[in-house]
Design a protein around this ligand. Sequence first.
Ligand code: SAM
Ligand code: SF4
Length: 469
Amino acid sequence: MLLDTRNLKNFIDEEAIWNTVRATAKPEAARVHDILAKAREAKGLTLEETGCLLQAEDPELNEAVFETARAVKQSIYGNRLVLFAPLYVTNECGNRCVYCGFKADNTELERRTLSAEEIRQEVTVLENLGHKRLLLVYGEHPKFGADWIAETVRTVYDTVSEKSGEIRRVNINCAPLDVEGFRTLHEVGIGTYQCFQETYHAETYTALHPSGHKSNMLWRLYALHRAMEAGIDDVGMGPLLGLYDYRFDILATLTHAAELEKAFGVGPHTISFPRLEPALNSDIAFNPPYPITDTQFKRMVAVLRLSVPYTGLILSTREGKEMRRELLDLGVSQLSAGSRTYPGAYADPNYDRPDVQQFCIGDSRSLDEVIQEIVHQGYIPSWCTACYRLGRTGEHFMELAKKGFIQEFCHPNSLFTFKEYLQDYASEATHAVGTPLIQHEVAAFPEKRRDLVASRLQRIEQGERDLYL
Ligand code: SAM
Ligand code: SF4
């Protein structure tokens, strides 16, 4: 793969972003309220408006930001939450990202790449738990080209059994490929291609990525452009928080999103915002140079919800359960659950081994436990994959989402997948809390829709699977 970045321009204007951060520090209350009034219309915010809200630190203003985010989240997404699990395929890596346990110079890490048979074992365990959506994660190593990655995706999709079910959407988090490579992944039917920029601040980026392909910042900055050029409509982005000033990196992430929209008519499908977690043999991972406080983190999620109202916001297992609970209300629309972060972890009888995992996870509860909790909070877990399978991706999805489609289609679809979960995988306790929630939701539909939804739910109860609108 030739990393030719000679003709690429860095579209992150660092000086302009810092000027915006400085100009919007300590915003006046009236200005914040004006921006929040605009945000309620769910049409998105400018960088300047986003900068103001990110820095609305006064407790009353902070609460006003939270309240607006809760309202916008509820009006667009309702109470459904998409669930997924990461599946680590390999921790072999030739790069030396200073913050990551998989870095090549971490000689204490036991390296492992799953064989096809081991992938099948992991997938079967995940399917038996009820998962339908996976995020496959890979280190970056010359051994693993696009063809090999595509083969691992095929293995996951082909692992189907009547007893355990099937994976319906495979998303990917692997090192950036060239357009040809992305085309190979597109052809094998991946859902979202996800690539975190880590930091958009060039000097910091260079210091943290001393070698390997990842040291070429522009190659990574244009990864999502190449993926979209190859036909992958849904792409995911995000900064790794703690590496640099979060205000800079959030405004830069939104600049990146706007660049994609300019080039392809649609921005990212999802944004993630992982915080640095402790990782074996990484000092910086234990002591982030730019730690972000919990209050700043929550406000940041709320502001993202207002800035890009139709972009999915993903929360990973990196966050502890208390924080996760609050973030759901503020804007998160997708959640990983029951996650394990090393290759072979799901089938490992001696689970929890720091010598092989990428970083320590903050929430180690099982999928069923997480579901019980989110149901208690009034959320409906969803494994829906209908849009992706019906070609409602990228620009088409965004257009539909803006017309209230999420409530009309995604909401019933979430109930169908939750019903399947209750029938096939749930513990008795989850069944006991989930069934009344579904009944309650069905009763709230307008009459015509209610009949349709109720009849599909009945068909699921009688044994049909994979129904969607
Ligand atoms: N190797 C590919 C790459 O770097 O793009 C994909 C896999 S890599 C394991 C996925 C992501 O993990 C990275 O993009 C980075 O943001 C995140 N990560 C690495 N070290 C981390 C840490 N200590 N805490 C939290 N996230 C981390
Ligand atoms: Fe390798 Fe990705 Fe970890 Fe960097 S972040 S060391 S590329 S696995």
